[in-house]
Write a protein that binds this ligand. Structure first.
Ligand code: NAD
Length: 510
């Protein structure tokens, strides 16, 4: 290394932001000696270094959460509601700052980052209604002088392990209902874009969440395994890729934990010949390339039925030159870079793999990617994709949209139902009867009818079927409340002492 390069390297190292853990209401500098780089994907330059937790550091966070549990659990619902309204106000006030953090580390364009915060905020708003959500049932006079009632109580310490693609919203899907239900929380965010979680921790403290109720540990498999094996964690929520989701579910449940593990996806959008093709093309471009295709609900495979194919492909092709790819901080950018160089290269490799397998490359995003060091890939369209090709089978998770053509509605539904994933699906048609039949036939958890990205609103729950979810309960909404609580039924008698007597028979209700 030359002297100049050494000086430049040292200067860059000095400017790197250090991202620490957050334990018991304060920043906690990592002691493990292990850390990982954080990049600005639009420039390709490292901007930060995130601490990786050791088993002991995870244990410290869990102990803080366990100690905080008894008093947080006892906080009245009206006080918790007050705190949640404050959290809501603070996230709302700082939505622009959070969005900028997301764009700086994830790469998504600022407008999309703001959309992420807005959708997470809706989950927080849902949690403001926690007194209503935790209402139990009551039966008076179930037997003479006996009342029965059901209540839901928190589990204890819950953990969340989250992916890189929604660094603010997916954690909100977890910590908001977990805390509202009276649990304490340890979050292990993606190591690729970790800063939003620390920012959230500071906002929660400012809102009045007591120390120890919300903790953040950063890291990799070491931290994840420490969470999965920890004897004092009661439940784990995971969102990420399918192989890791399966591993988290199997390891967590074998250690006695309640686990919901949401995995990857291959989302189809079926276009019937009677569909409004312009509307379908707009939807395909928005849902295929928004957030550079790095959404678990992104449309990655279009299924053109009958003679819809040619018109659909040319309508999409026409729109592609208009998509503005660039640094997410620039107001006119519509699509940003991918999250890392490795991921961009992997996604780009599917273009040649598709061509070699017989697909037609209509638009090659390598030719339109902005120059410079950023992790960019332009929008890519592959036609004549067949189900046996890797570009069909794999979750590419980038701006590569495939088109496959089938003869009939039945063939289209069979393709979707035979796919190992079952996260989201959409159908575009003008025929209400067919759409209704589709909703009945399709084995997928979230269905859109002329809606390409059917992410449920906060008062429904989010979750896929098959390899897109391991566990029984979907995330946020009513099922989120169920996941973070357990039921208790109380049978109660306040007897008149005059009627008390010994009776060894099994309790009768009549
Ligand atoms: P990922 O599975 O690589 O990582 C998710 C989390 O698991 C991260 O916190 C990571 O640190 C941890 N992890 C990674 N490898 C691990 C290992 N070997 N052992 C233990 N922990 C490990 O996922 P990602 O690349 O961050 O996110 C993209 C994936 O997430 C895509 O597959 C996408 O479909 C999926 N996703 C799914 C949903 C959904 O709701 N179903 C939502 C968002 C993202």
């Amino acid at each position: 290394m030359t002297e100049v390069a050494e000086v430049a390297g040292a200067k860059q190292a000095q400017e790197l932001k250090r991202i620490t853990h957050w334990i018991n209401g304060a920043a906690a500098v990592g002691q493990s000696g292990r850390s990982g780089p954080v990049y600005n994907p639009a420039t390709g330059i490292q901007t930060g270094e995130v601490d990786f937790a050791s088993v002991e550091e995870v244990d410290r966070a869990v102990r803080a959460a366990r100690e905080a549990f008894a008093s947080w659990r006892a906080v009245s619902l009206s006080r918790k509601t007050e705190i949640f309204f404050r959290i809501r106000a603070l996230v709302d006030e700082h939505r622009e700052d959070i969005a900028k953090i997301l764009t700086a580390e994830h790469g998504k364009v600022l407008s999309d980052a703001k959309g992420e915060v807005a959708r997470g905020l809706e989950v927080i708003e849902f949690c403001c209604g926690i007194p209503e959500l935790l209402k139990g049932g009551f039966t008076e006079q179930a037997s003479t002088g006996i009342d029965v009632y059901s209540i839901r109580q928190p589990l204890g310490v819950c953990a969340g392990i989250t992916p890189f693609n929604f660094p603010a919203m997916v954690p909100m899907w977890m910590w908001a209902p977990a805390l509202a239900c009276g649990n304490t929380f340890v979050l292990k965010p993606s190591e690729k874009d970790p800063s939003a979680s620390n920012y959230t921790a500071e906002l929660l403290k400012e809102a009045g969440v007591p120390d120890g109720v919300f903790n953040v540990v950063h890291g990799d498999k070491v931290a994840v395994d420490a969470i999965l094996e920890h004897g004092d964690i009661d439940a784990v929520s995971f969102v990420g890729s399918t192989p890791i989701a399966r591993y988290v579910y199997e390891t967590g449940t074998s250690h006695g934990k309640r686990v919901q593990a949401l995995g990857g996806a291959k989302n189809h959008m079926i276009v019937l010949p009677d569909a409004d093709i312009d509307m379908a093309a707009d939807a395909a471009v928005s849902a295929g390339y928004g957030s550079a295709g790095e959404r678990c609900m992104a449309v990655s495979m279009l299924v053109a039925v009958g003679d819809a194919g040619d018109e659909l492909v040319s309508a999409i092709e026409e729109r592609l030159p208009e998509v503005k790819v660039g640094d997410g901080m620039q107001p006119d950018s519509e699509m940003g870079p991918l999250v890392t160089r490795e991921h961009r290269d992997k996604v780009a490799s599917y273009i040649d793999r598709g061509r070699e397998a017989g697909a037609t490359v209509v638009t090659d995003g390598r030719e339109t990617a902005p120059d410079g060091g950023g992790f960019f890939l332009g929008v890519t369209l592959l036609d004549d994709v067949k189900p046996e090709m890797d570009v069909y089978k794999d979750e590419i998770f980038g701006p590569v949209l495939g088109v496959t053509r089938v003869g009939t509605y039945d063939e289209a539904v069979r393709l979707v139902n035979e796919n190992p994933y079952g996260n989201g699906v959409a159908i575009f048609t003008r025929d209400g009867g067919v759409a209704r039949q589709f909703q009945f036939d399709v084995n997928v958890g979230m269905v859109g009818i002329n809606v390409p990205i059917p992410v449920p609103v906060a008062y429904y729950s989010f979750g896929g079927w098959k390899n897109s979810l391991f566990g029984d309960l979907h995330i946020y909404g009513p099922e989120g409340i169920q996941f973070y609580t357990r039921g208790k039924v109380v049978t109660s008698r306040w007897p008149d002492p005059a009627t008390s007597k010994v009776d060894l028979g099994f309790p009768q209700t009549r």
